[in-house]
Design a protein around this ligand. Structure first.
Ligand SMILES: [Fe+2]
Ligand SMILES: [Fe+2]
Length: 183
């Protein structure tokens, strides 16, 4: 029976490989993913987060005007959290020796979620819920795709996914409280 340790690199090989490619920073021989593809996918997630920041900001300021109480505060909190996600994703892209794409002229095409201004408060909440559901589906797929090949990126996307699920739940709660017909 093969021991688990048979599959591990010996200390000498680990040390030699670590020394030979210091120009790659954190990327070692053990990195199992297609790095260019991961960076491309992360840039799509970055665009998604940035579009979500803009949409939530718009909704926050518009909702403020229509006396929306706790909904506006929630929009602002979501905007702040999406900005945090964008920053974490950009930082990971740089760790992977890639470049985060903040180009505003192509943001909407690259984003998975849409930018919908929203006509009224209910419409804004509904559109935000749709966008969250897009992000949830997309980040679930990304996490599954990464699997064991890039554990750090997978964990990052899983932690963001958990927050998007909270966001979706917050929004659904508002719609229910307001007595909105959902379908
Ligand atoms: Fe987010
Ligand atoms: Fe979100």
């Amino acid at each position: 029976m093969a021991l688990v340790s048979d599959h591990l690199s010996d200390i000498k090989t680990l040390r030699e490989q670590a020394r030979a490619h210091i120009d790659r920073g954190p990327i070692t021989e053990a990195y199992g993913a297609d790095r260019d593809r991961v960076i491309a996918v992360l840039n799509e997630a970055l665009a998604t987060e940035l579009v979500c920041v803009l949409r939530y900001k718009r909704h926050y300021f518009m909702a403020e005007g229509i006396n929306s109480g706790p909904v506006a505060a929630e929009f602002l909190q979501h905007a702040t959290e999406e900005q945090g996600h964008a920053d974490s994703i950009a930082a990971r892209i740089v760790q992977l020796q890639g470049e985060p794409d903040f180009n505003p002229s192509t943001l909407v095409e690259r984003s998975h979620a849409e930018y919908v201004p929203g006509k009224d408060l209910v419409d804004m909440i509904r559109e935000d819920l749709v966008a969250e559901r897009v992000a949830i589906a997309s980040y679930s797929e990304i996490s599954e795709w990464l699997g064991e090949s890039d554990i750090t990126t997978r964990r990052l996307m899983e932690s963001i996914l958990a927050v998007e699920e909270e966001h979706a739940d917050d929004l659904l709660t508002f719609l229910k409280q307001m007595g909105v017909r959902l379908l």
